[in-house]
Write a new protein. Structure first.
Length: 190
């Protein structure tokens, strides 16, 4: 369809007061609406859109999710406010870790060392619920002896003794969750 014909159609629609006119010629189709500023032109046959055309448009629609991202950040200050609430319970936040370190040093004798958890997981004293524990308080252990198992993500990790000595104290209960670097045993090296 030529531009002159389209202009004639526009003028006729404007003069007649008709709300909408649709004209179709061969492989060309035009719709003219009186009440809107939009003139839509499209071929009468449009091949189906496969793959990239249609699915991508809805994927760009999640722009309203961007305002939702700051909302999770607003709850984040709530834990921050709970952190100061936890620090008054320990009196001063900075001296509390120093006090803990002093307590560890104060508890340990000259020949004693702490065996700490190398990973996060669940502490087990025995290889299975039916078995005897690997060690007990007062047992003498050598370098490479298995002290316990820490289960992490369904993997059983054997924790071995690095220095020989006597188990003075077991600091964790069986099947208790442990954190990285949490003290597990006190070993007397004398």
């Amino acid at each position: 369809m030529k531009l002159s014909k389209i202009q004639e159609l526009l003028q006729m629609v404007a003069e007649s007061g008709v709300a909408e006119v649709e004209v179709e010629e061969d492989d060309f189709k035009i719709t003219i609406r009186q009440n809107g500023p939009t003139v839509m032109m499209q071929p009468s046959y449009s091949p189906p859109m496969h793959g990239y055309g249609m699915p991508q448009q809805p994927q760009y629609a999640p722009q309203p999710q961007q305002p939702q991202a700051p909302q999770p950040q607003q709850p984040a200050p709530a834990p921050e406010t709970s952190a100061p609430a936890a620090s008054p319970s320990t009196s001063d936040s900075a001296p509390a870790p120093d006090t803990d370190a002093e307590d560890d040093d104060g508890e340990l004798g000259a020949n004693e060392i702490l065996v700490k958890a190398p990973i996060v997981g669940t502490f087990y004293r025995a290889p299975s619920p039916d078995s005897d524990p690997f060690i007990a308080e007062g047992d003498r252990v050598g370098e490479g002896d298995v002290l316990c198992i820490i289960e992490a993500m369904k993997l059983m990790n054997e924790i071995e003794c690095e220095t020989p000595g006597v188990i003075k104290e077991i600091l964790v209960e069986d099947a208790e969750p442990v954190e990285f670097d949490q003290p597990l045993f006190i070993v007397d090296q004398s």
